[in-house]
Design a protein around this ligand. Structure first.
Ligand SMILES: Nc1ncnc2c1ncn2[C@@H]1O[C@H](COP(=O)(O)OP(=O)(O)OP(=O)(O)O)[C@@H](O)[C@H]1O
Length: 244
């Protein structure tokens, strides 16, 4: 049966002994926008708990890789396996359910809902999944406390500074304790100190929860915090380096 929103794929919880199964496998993934090639036969494997930095010059395909890996974009060739599911076998609502329950995504500008309270922004992944309002808000307050924003829950998202908004976006991405966190230049809108703080937070929480992180960055200092760096050039993997 093809998984749908009503019949979502089973949670791909690895029983003991299968912990080393990759959380993400891209095989020979290619994608082009109209005539612009963005990815050319990219293969990549990410294991549980690993932090992988995707680097490379502007336009080399980093964001496209992240969108394809998170199932936000279906590639024209190759396959993507995320948390035990071949993404081509899922329809969009089922991919959305998989993302909401087991994946966190932080984009460059946080992308909060401006008129909604900070607390409800953070609670959103639970509420969209049918979670009970009080429980979701309690979880959101806990998540906000983890990112040092416990005082800001009642404000609307549009009242936050850039750094605070990015922290709230991190809290929202982490509220479900995702098994994989995708972050696209998560510190690009922040100054150096706020950026380093936000990154520290993202990596420490992800590492504490045992989640894998795929981090797109053009910044060498940021990339150096990862376990492994995958460098793209013109849509292809130019080199992979193990950093720790
Ligand atoms: N929606 C789109 N429509 C058309 N072309 C696109 C689109 N998105 C990306 N591209 C093109 O695809 C290629 C890869 O873009 P992508 O955004 O993945 O690179 P990137 O490495 O993330 O770049 P940057 O570091 O500047 O954000 C580029 O040539 C870009 O111009």
């Amino acid at each position: 049966m093809t998984p749908t929103a009503e019949n979502p794929p089973p949670a791909a919880d690895a029983p003991a002994g299968e912990a080393a199964d990759p959380v993400l496998t891209l095989r020979a993934v290619s994608h082009a926008y109209a005539r612009t090639p963005a990815l050319r036969e990219v293969s990549l494997t990410v294991h549980p708990g690993e932090v992988v930095a995707v680097t490379g010059p502007s336009g080399c395909g980093k964001s496209t890789l992240l969108h394809v890996a998170a199932g936000l974009l279906l590639p024209q060739a190759g396959s993507v396996r995320l948390l035990g599911q071949d993404l081509a076998d899922l329809d969009e609502p089922a991919r959305a359910v998989l993302r909401r329950r087991q994946v966190g995504i932080v984009l460059q500008y946080g992308q909060l809902v401006p008129d909604l309270s900070v607390e409800d922004n953070v609670a959103l992944p639970l509420l969209l999944d049918g979670g009970e309002l009080d429980a979701a808000r309690t979880a959101a307050r806990d998540a906000l406390a983890r990112v040092g924003l416990e005082q800001a829950g009642a404000a609307t998202a549009q009242e936050l500074s850039g750094g605070q908004a990015q922290r709230a976006a991190i809290a929202r991405a982490l509220i479900t304790s995702p098994r994989v966190l995708f972050a696209d230049e998560p510190t690009a809108s922040l100054d150096a100190v706020a950026g380093a703080d936000a990154l520290d937070l993202l990596l420490s929480v992800a590492r504490r929860d045992g989640g894998a992180v795929v981090l797109v960055t053009h910044d060498n200092t940021t990339a150096a915090l990862a376990d492994r760096e995958v460098r793209l050039r013109d849509g292809s993997v130019e080199r992979e380096s193990v950093l720790r």
